[in-house]
Design a protein around this ligand. Structure first.
Ligand code: SAM
Length: 157
């Protein structure tokens, strides 16, 4: 919603596999009166991005640590399938780097995620970069964000 408000000339296509979350997205779009946000689609990243076939940027915020690892695998595979050369895949969230958490608060968050679901957890940045490399993305720009989060920005080579 923040990005859609900031970039009114860009059309945003939100998605979520969860019906309640799609309803929440659509409610926020209506509440803010954003004309450049389409109704949320039911997309499970482990499956296919259909009916989406071509976009300029794929944005994934706070998802791959709150889902099983195959969600990251599928997200990157599907993003490579819909992005042109020069298109961007953007991740936001917490990551481990060089085998370690970047802050005690991230370690505690990771523990709480794994307690909720053992298949969840803060991902190793290097593992995500490896997946992306194998799917045809260049090495990412990594930008440190507030509260020990990262922006990880891949360009399709
Ligand atoms: C913490 S929420 C983040 C939602 C939103 N991106 C945000 O930052 O406010 C994590 C979201 O990931 C979604 N999710 C879980 N598994 C997924 C999958 N396989 N494909 C796509 N989304 C998934 C959940 O339904 C949930 O809405």
């Amino acid at each position: 919603m923040h990005l859609a408000g900031a970039y009114s000339g860009v059309t945003f296509q939100p998605s979520d596999p969860d019906a309640e979350n799609r309803a929440s997205i659509d409610a926020w779009t209506a509440h803010l009166g954003l004309a450049n946000v389409e109704p949320a689609l039911h997309i499970d990243a482990t499956k296919t991005f259909a009916p989406v076939t071509a976009v300029d940027v794929v944005v994934c915020i706070n998802m791959i640590h709150i889902a099983p690892w195959p969600a990251a695998v599928g997200l990157i595979r599907n993003a490579a399938g819909v992005l042109p050369v020069g298109g961007f895949l953007y991740f936001y969230g917490p990551y481990r780097r060089n085998g370690a958490h970047t802050a005690p608060s991230n370690a505690a968050f990771d523990e709480s995620l794994r307690a909720r679901d053992p298949s969840w957890g803060i991902r190793d940045l290097e593992a995500v970069v490896e997946l992306a490399k194998n799917a045809g993305f260049a090495a990412p720009d990594v930008v440190e964000m507030p509260a020990n989060n990262l922006s990880v920005i891949f360009e399709r080579a």
